[in-house]
Design a protein around this ligand. Structure first.
Ligand code: SAM
Ligand code: SF4
Length: 331
């Protein structure tokens, strides 16, 4: 079965936020004191999440990404992975994580059916990592990357938010990392979402900066298909490199026309677009599969043509839809 939105875009991808809690406090995602956390009762249980997954799979959802907050801080996450992996029709199960808890869980996650991970890493310098995450250890994140490679959670992609004045001096180091290791570095444009402590102001840099830096350093970026599907990323190889470089520009070259994503927030709302306020709670219809499937269709029928930052026509425009932090919605 094919699930389509009001613009005839095929939707086969559900991103599930399993928690809004996190063991880090990244400057672009949360305030220093974290966020106002949802209580355990308001967060969807695994049984409730499974109802949405099963109903969605019957309608044509085949890809699932588990995200958050930090998904690995939620108890028994391996069990959720095991349950999702067994749902007929789910052919790709991925997770976005900061990686710091992967040394503990990577082996069990793989056995439970997780296909691959994206690990967030914005710097290769220990002091800067602590500054960006406010409390994290680069050593732990790097061990998480090693654990992902060791347990074949591949392709292992690194999510790197380009932050002007903070990590734009490390672009070449990341390019060299993709030359030396089988890692797929995906640079992401900094989005004004949540905008805690006005961190965004002055720190946005379009990803053309990556292409210019590579060119100046004589590291030609050659377009390639990425194993495991590139999603909205434009993927490139550097000749002789073991990994690849991906560029995700939600702002300077938005990819709304090919968007195939639906989101389930930790508190149980379906959202068709990350940047719009509109969302519909699933709890009232969870007891009835048909009503739940109708709700999924209804949410997609109302999906905007393009996201609010694009619709406003300006980079980083402040609008109500962008003020809910990523950890709340699920990045
Ligand atoms: N805790 C996990 C992690 O950090 O990978 C998963 C959740 S996190 C919200 C998902 C992704 O959103 C991360 O790769 C993070 O870098 C990205 N993100 C958060 N806030 C962002 C922002 N303002 N602009 C661009 N990316 C952002
Ligand atoms: Fe936590 Fe991920 Fe947000 Fe960083 S980006 S604070 S690791 S949820």
């Amino acid at each position: 079965m094919t699930l389509k939105d009001g613009q005839d875009r095929k939707h086969d991808y559900l991103r599930i936020s399993v928690t809004d809690r996190c063991n880090l406090r990244c400057i672009y995602c949360m305030g220093e004191d974290g966020i106002e956390q949802s209580s355990h009762e308001t967060i969807l249980s695994y049984e409730e999440i499974m109802k949405v997954v099963s109903a969605g799979a019957e309608l044509g959802i085949s890809k699932i990404r588990i995200t958050g907050g930090e998904p690995l801080v939620r108890k028994n996450l391996v069990e959720l992975v095991r349950m999702i992996a067994q749902v007929p029709g789910i052919s790709d199960l991925a997770m976005t994580t900061n990686g710091t808890l992967l040394p503990r869980y990577a082996a069990d996650l793989k056995k439970a059916g997780l296909d691959r991970v994206n690990i967030s890493l914005d710097t290769l310098q220990a002091d800067k990592y602590r500054k960006i995450t406010r409390c994290g250890s680069l050593d732990e994140a790097m061990k998480g990357i090693e654990a992902a490679l060791e347990h074949n959670l591949e392709p292992v992609k690194l999510n790197t938010v380009l932050i002007k004045g903070i990590n734009d001096d490390e672009v070449l180091d990341f390019l060299h990392l993709a030359l030396e290791k089988p890692l797929h570095i995906r640079f992401i444009e900094y989005m004004q979402i949540g905008d805690h402590d006005r961190a965004y102001s002055g720190h946005y840099l379009p990803l053309s900066f990556i292409e210019e830096t590579a060119k100046k350093a004589d590291l030609p970026l050659t377009p390639v298909p990425l194993p495991g599907g590139a999603g909205p990323a434009e993927s490139y190889n550097i000749p002789g490199g073991r990994g690849t470089i991906g560029l995700i520009h939600p702002i300077s070259k938005h990819f709304c026309e090919s968007c195939n994503r639906l989101r389930l927030t930790a508190e149980g709302s379906l959202k068709a677009c990350l940047y719009w306020q509109d969302e519909k709670p699933v709890r009232p219809v969870l007891h009835n599969k048909e009503a739940l499937q109708n709700l999924i269709r209804e949410v997609l029928a109302g999906k905007p043509v393009e996201h609010q930052m694009a619709a406003n026509g300006k980079c980083g425009t402040v609008s109500p839809g962008t003020m809910r932090g990523m950890s709340k919605t699920g990045g």
